[in-house]
Design a protein around this ligand. Structure first.
Ligand code: BES
Ligand code: MN
Ligand code: ZN
Length: 483
């Protein structure tokens, strides 16, 4: 979806020519002076249309207007939820009727309302085509007619950038595992590296080995696809400003390794790189918005495969931090690759480090598909991420990090084991990561339940690009010196 903002003063309704002119109608009705107020009053009187959220009434050549096709679209009480219902209905209408140019009069009041409108519309119009060209993408241009462009321009621009980021994250999440290998992710990152103020480096297995990333390479060692360690830099501020580091889990396919997963639904483990995809998406949005901050993106990318070269339960590996790990379950691989990447983050003397990972099935059991699990060793960072999630409708829920949860990670043969027992599996995974996290404020987002949808609507969601971007944009006015 492409869209632009237009002032209604320069584009009065009665003069607009459009494929489809959409008029938002709240339950309270339209102003008396509105060219459609009389028509609306009749429709309301005959109970054909009342402005309920998502309700529609199509008009053909209404008197006094220049355009032929007009849609009254109910927005109820104009809450975020009501805007979402309206936008969802409109997306369906646009696709159904194959409309390519839409002019929509609307007046969402807050950032959250704009997010609700534009993200719902953009999600509704997205079609995956990379390996299914027969599913033709529907290209629609949507002009947003507002009364005060200056007032909403900034908000709309950041939402628009977030949508480009979400689209990129969804795209890479959705691509099949043979079309989204570590090398492919590296190429996607390099393409971002061509954008303004972004640079990218992709380390190969021998470079990764030189960094002593024994935990990461143990996961990668049975795969025919070479591992890649992607390092992205966004430099929007002077180099004296400490960066935020984003670390995304990039398991391009998780079979479980020797601790093999059951066959049913294993295809969904192509989504095990959605953390990585959310980092790529966030960089895409940063390129558009050019905020005055510095951000580093780290993506350890590899497959988790069984085979003759595979790491075995009981193997002990040495992580880049020097700590040894007894790999009791090869399916707990995300924490292994992240441990080395988190250690690597320290060299940037970051103001904060946030890792994003489809880490545990246990998080899906705990929080379902509504909120991402949020762990943080710092109150302020936790608050800021929760707030960004609320503002940008990409919800998180704070989870505990009590040391008592780490008891089960003890090992007789290494500094720690990579799994504890089944209880509180998402928390023990976070406790494992914490051992490698920097002293700087650190947060971990377990997005196992929120990064993709199963069933008929199977596909990546693009979460939590909005949380990350919202958080980063709120940092612009809080410069912090390098530690
Ligand atoms: N990628 C999975 C987590 C996952 C599973 C996400 C299902 C979404 C749905 C991760 O690598 C994994 O396999 N975790 C194990 C950990 C266990 C062995 C301690 C899990 O959750 O079962
Ligand atoms: Mn796994
Ligand atoms: Zn995994």
């Amino acid at each position: 979806m492409n869209f632009d903002l237009k002032p209604i003063s320069k584009h009065p309704l009665h003069r607009i020519h459009s494929g489809l002119l959409v008029v938002s109608v709240p339950e309270a009705g339209l102003a008396k002076s509105h060219p459609l107020s009389a028509t609306l009053a009749k429709a309301v009187a005959s109970k054909v249309f009342e402005g309920k959220p998502g309700q529609t009434l199509a008009l053909w050549e209404p008197a006094g207007l220049a355009t032929s096709q007009v849609l009254l679209l109910g927005v109820g009480k104009a809450t975020s939820a009501h805007w979402r219902s309206a936008a969802l209905k409109l997306a369906g209408w646009i696709k159904d009727k194959s409309v390519t140019q839409v002019d929509w009069c609307l007046d969402p009041k807050s950032l959250t309302d704009w997010v609700a409108v534009l993200r719902t519309l953009s999600d509704g119009l997205y079609t995956y085509t990379h390996t299914k060209p027969s599913a033709k993408a529907h290209v629609a241009h949507v002009s947003l007619l507002v009364s005060d462009v200056a007032k909403v321009k900034g908000m709309v621009k950041s939402v628009q950038a977030s949508l480009a980021g979400i689209a990129l994250a969804r795209e890479w999440g959705n691509r099949p595992p043979n079309h989204a290998t570590p090398a492919h992710l590296g190429e996607a990152a390099k393409a971002l590296g061509k954008l303004k103020n972004i640079s990218c480096e992709v380390l190969n297995p021998s470079q990764i080995a030189k960094l002593n990333m024994g935990a990461f390479l143990a996961v990668a060692q049975a795969s025919a696809q070479p591992a890649a360690f992607i390092v992205l830099h966004y430099k929007g501020a002077s180099s004296s400003v400490a960066p935020t580091v984003l670390v995304g889990k990039g398991i391009t396919f998780d079979t479980g390794g020797i601790s093999l997963k059951p066959g049913a639904g294993m295809d969904e483990m192509k989504f095990d790189m959605c953390g990585a995809a959310s980092v790529l998406g966030t960089f895409r949005a940063l390129a558009d918005l050019q905020p005055r901050i510095n951000v580093v993106g780290l993506i350890p990318a590899c497959e988790n495969m069984p085979g003759g070269k595979a790491v075995k339960p009981g193997d002990v590996v040495t992580s880049a931090s020097g700590q040894t790990i007894e790999i009791l379950n090869t399916d707990a691989e995300g924490r292994l690759i992240l441990s080395d990447a988190l250690w690597y983050a320290k060299r940037f003397k970051p103001r904060a480090v946030i890792d994003i990972a489809t880490l545990t099935g246990a998080c899906v059991i705990a929080l379902g598909h509504v909120r991402s699990g949020l762990y943080a060793n710092d109150e302020a960072l936790a608050k800021q991420l929760l707030k960004a999630g609320e503002e940008w409708d990409d919800l998180c829920w704070r989870m505990p990090l009590d040391d008592a949860y780490a008891e089960g990670l003890k090992s007789n043969f290494a500094d720690m084991a990579n799994v504890a027992d089944r209880a509180a599996g998402s928390v023990t995974a976070a406790k494992f990561l914490q051992r490698f996290a920097p002293e700087a404020p650190w947060a971990h987002l377990d997005i196992a339940g929120t990064a993709w949808k199963s069933g008929a609507a199977k596909g990546a969601t693009g979460r939590p690009v909005s949380v990350l971007l919202g958080y980063l944009l709120n940092q612009v006015h809080k410069p912090a010196a390098r530690r």
